[in-house]
Write a new protein. Sequence first.
Length: 119
Amino acid sequence: MSDADSGRPGDSGDRRAIRRRVLQTAMVAYPDLRISFRCAIRDRSAAGARLKLPDGIPVPPRFWLIDASEGLAYDATAVWRRDPEAGVSLADPIDLKEPGHGHLQRQLHALWLEIAPRR
């Protein structure tokens, strides 16, 4: 039986978009932005991602996912969890390369600067 037939959440049979393998640094930030931690993006599609999370750290049902290399923040929703991984759906991104005018965007920009690659 292939993974597509296994019926497990996150298997290719459940996906609407093809994912590509990546290894990108990212940050999970709780909705109030008071708690954040680094993670890795392992797979990516237009609508979602598979994250590798630090052992024992729970991911909330909804959070901000900040992609370090792209400079984008996504409103993310956890779709499935199998420690230490989680599958998430992603809303339209917010560009963090400029601080922006809103309070939320400035805070997300500051978090992105903590993990952004140095140029």
